[in-house]
Design a protein around this ligand. Sequence first.
Ligand code: AVJ
Ligand code: FE
Length: 370
Amino acid sequence: MATAAASSALGDALREARARTLALVAPLCDEQLETAHDPLMSPLVWDLGHIAAYEDLWLVHRHGGEPLLRADLADLYDAFETPRAVRGEIAFLRCPQAREYLAAVRERTLEVLDRMGPGDGMLHEMVLRHEAQHNETMRQALFLAGLPGGTPEASVHRDAPEGWIELPPGPAQIGAPASGFAFDNERPRHGVDLPAHRIGRRPVTNASWMRFVEGGGYERREWWSDEGWAWKEEYDITHPEGWTADGPPDDMQRPVMHVSWFEADAFARACGARLPTEAEWERAATWTREPLASVGDVWEWTASCFGGYPGFVAYPYEQYSEVFFGERYRVLRGSSWATAERLRSATFRNWDLPERRQIFAGVRLASDAS
Ligand code: AVJ
Ligand code: FE
């Protein structure tokens, strides 16, 4: 009985996730879906095939014990075998075939779920969240291509409070609890010792970023790291991605979006501040006395490199997180307007390279207590 109820809830969730994916591509023609609009991103139809292949691998093959529906496609849709830059050329499924593949896999998934139940439900939850994460990646591609779905529809949080929240020094518990679903990189929950610091009540707005631009933000060498300056010079960066010479494309009071970690770091220094560490961010996000405002509008860059928590164990495969650990990737916290509800949590860790700007990322400042 409990299994039947869990299966039926997961069946509904899988259908809702698919409806969102299909709604995202509904306004586009096959040619728009099959084009690699930017070297950073896959053609959207690659994401469709990849979503199907991932579901078949985890829910039908691994969970259900069935052979893969299309073993011949496994390498093609494995993100590690086929980096994004070459996905424009390879022989992935075209639109009608990708849609058929999605539907055929889904039929198998529901058949297995009906026959065997979801087990502990962890793989189903992972696959649901995988599809939702690809929806956000697809929106990044839509943003870069200037297609519908890549920008937020409404202006939000225009009255978010300004100023700082003061946090005391002391111990905090960071990470997801041992039970329930979490990605491997969120565990184990562990203690950290945090310094006294301040954190911005709200993310930095377009208006503040405009003042940074006008105040020579992109010209003052002393505000930039060596690596950031070299990147900015090479690509001639003078404002966030998506801005014109006149400024931001949307409301001045909205959080700034589409800035790289390098820009976020330079902006913080120009303010005499710094980026929060991810542990500082997580404690502040769960601080009940004074909640952070506007969490969930934009991803927030942190000072932290992406790494495993002490005692990290890869689950269910090393390529989910572990291959990205090290000095290159920076952690982002929170979520954006493009993030599904199911993915939003104070312990979720996103990551990207410090030069990337396609992500819906902004910045919340921190500084050492005075
Ligand atoms: C957690 C968003 C960085 O898109 O590379 C998708 C999520 N992992 N498919 C990514 C993911 C496998 C991941 N991020
Ligand atoms: Fe994926």
